[in-house]
Design a protein around this ligand. Structure first.
Ligand code: ARG
Length: 558
């Protein structure tokens, strides 16, 4: 990497006053081309040398030499370095082409990261919030792996709670097996809604539901069979979304998995004198936070009790160095409480648990609400995205490729990219039209650039053999520099748990390449052809890898 190499020579010119790493942290990338490729600010050195930054810069300019540096200029306390483009290009392309899809990967660390994501609720629709969790979690999983960690992907299914008593009661009254088999979530949701409607005027239904849930908790065969059937049917439906999105989990251990594991945790809390009685319920009092409810008056456990238990279980089972909970902002307080309780229990690893929150999905600028009929169903969204993508692809693709499967990759990719290109903490606007454009800041645009390169390589008969380097010219330089930055982007986006860095990077790289493409005839004259192709190939490798890190496919043709 250019920055690392320049940092090394600066550090040695400074006789180790700043380590290579410290210099690297200080290096900046000038916004304007006329200020060179890399800038080193001299302000922090002024005190040590008792000289003005300008004078230090003047001295450094002379002392820092390397065959990678073409020239250096001093401006406003900075040394601006201009890189020898041909030399740097040769270096950068060589490493991308040698490492291929492991370019930017960190060495394997033998450390595990648990990622808790997606986690929809049984018998409830897969919400847009769950979609956000799914795609963000998936990208974090890839990013963690790329940074050398082993990842345990956990889908913490919401498969327990009093609502199952209601569902069982409703099913006994109005349920239809065949309908549920056909459209499980839709039918189960209808039963649930109908239950609430009727319970308004008939309170005995609530008693029935409570009894049904109690039976379920006590392991009653019939109740359990129904619950497990609802669970399976719902999971089957979720599985169709996961298939489309290309997502696989290592485990579907949901809330119910912890039913028989909670008692010891409650006991541990008691032994450590952390439980207080409040209104017949047991709570853990917390500093600066509302108390965390552990068991209700009737002894029933809660969402937090299950999360505490799950955290303890995972820590014991997988011994992760880190755990990410990818869940919307609205659960921030819940996770603060859970983490805090674990700390009070004396578990130091609680510091390694992290809530990765995210904003809401907005439709036409406002929050989605079931009541106003503004729900957007994932199944509809994906189907619509795929249909639109297929239409956009036009006729000329017929018979050439499996149009439907590419349309799926484009449609699904568009939905994922639209989510991940935004800072996850922000709310997100949902517009199918925009996300599917081949031109804007979209997934299809990046995919299209990748596919275009594939066809260029084919036409140019690219052989992947190293060729005598040939200068690519200044129009390629911005894209080459971006290639060089990829490993740093991969690392930073992992550290900040922010896939949007990779998404934005892929757009920049695609744009830089397309600019080059517009200004130079890649397939023109023979002289330098293989170098131009090698460069194009390097760009396509990094685009494809960026898309993969986002969980998006890169079709060869579109
Ligand atoms: N099922 C929950 C919901 O839909 C999300 C679970 C998140 N993960 C966790 N460990 N609490 O709201």
């Amino acid at each position: 990497m250019i920055h690392t190499q320049i940092a090394a020579v600066i550090s040695s010119a400074l006789k180790g006053l700043l380590s290579e790493h410290e210099v690297l942290q200080l290096l900046e990338t000038p916004k304007q081309e006329q200020h060179g490729d890399v800038a080193f600010p001299c302000f922090t050195l002024a005190k040590h040398f008792r000289k003005s930054p300008a004078i230090i810069a003047d001295e450094l300019k002379v002392e820092v030499t390397s065959d990678l540096i073409l020239k250096a200029e001093v401006a406003g306390g900075y040394v601006n370095f201009f890189v020898n483009q041909d030399k740097a290009t040769e270096q950068i392309l060589t490493s991308v082409l040698a490492e291929q899809d492991s370019y930017g990967s960190q060495p394997i660390k033998d450390e595990k990261i648990v990622i808790d994501y997606s986690s929809p609720n049984i018998a409830k629709p897969f919400s847009m919030g769950h979609l956000r969790s799914t795609v963000i979690g998936q990208s974090l999983a890839y990013l963690s792996e790329k940074n050398g960690y082993e990842v345990i992907r956990i889908n913490y299914i919401g498969d327990w709670g009093t609502q199952f008593g209601k569902l069982i009661t409703a099913y006994r009254m109005w349920g239809d097996e065949a309908l549920i088999k056909k459209e499980p979530i839709k039918e189960l949701l209808e039963l649930y809604v109908r239950f609430h409607e009727q319970a308004k005027s008939d309170d005995s239904l609530n008693d029935d539901a409570r009894a049904a849930f109690k039976a379920l908790e006590e392991g009653n065969q019939e109740a359990k069979a129904l619950w497990s059937w609802f669970r399976e049917e719902s999971l089957k439906e979720f599985e169709t979304y996961y298939d489309l999105l290309g997502i696989q989990f290592d485990s579907n251990m949901g809330e119910a998995f912890y039913n028989d594991k909670m008692q010891p945790v409650v006991q541990e809390l008691e032994q450590k004198n952390l439980l207080t009685v409040s209104d017949g319920a047991y709570v853990v009092e917390l500093e600066n936070l509302p108390p965390c409810l552990i068991t209700k008056k009737d002894g029933a456990t809660l969402y937090a009790t299950r999360d505490l238990t799950a955290a303890l279980y995972r820590q014991q089972t997988f011994k992760p160095v880190k755990t990410f909970y990818v869940v919307g902002h609205e659960q921030t307080l819940h996770f603060q409480q859970v983490f805090h309780v674990l700390k009070k229990m004396g578990h130091e690893w609680a510091e390694s648990l992290e809530h990765i929150g995210f904003g809401m999905m907005l439709v036409d600028g406002s929050k989605m609400s079931t009541r106003q009929g503004k729900v957007v169903l994932l199944a509809d969204v994906l189907a619509e995205a795929i249909k639109t993508a297929e239409r956009n692809m036009g006729e000329k693709y017929d018979n050439q490729i499996d149009k439907r499967s590419v349309a799926t990759q484009i449609g699904v990719g568009a939905v994922i990219f639209n989510d991940l290109k935004n800072l996850r903490t922000h709310d997100l606007d949902f517009s199918l039209e925009q996300m599917l454009s081949f031109e804007g800041n979209t997934g299809p645009y990046v995919q299209y650039t990748h596919a275009r390169i594939s066809s260029i390589l084919e036409k140019g008969d690219y052989h992947e053999e190293p060729s005598t380097p040939y200068p690519l010219g200044a129009t390629a330089w911005p894209a080459v520099k971006l290639l060089d930055q990829f490993p740093a982007i991969v690392q930073k986006s992992y550290e900040q748990a922010d896939p949007s860095m990779v998404a934005k990077y892929s757009l920049q790289l695609a744009r830089a390449f397309n600019k080059y493409y517009a200004h130079s005839k890649i397939l023109g004259e023979d002289e330098g052809l293989q170098t131009r192709l090698a460069f194009s190939h390097a760009v396509s490798l990094v685009l494809k890898e960026s898309l993969r890190l986002l969980g998006i496919a890169a079709p060869e043709r579109m």
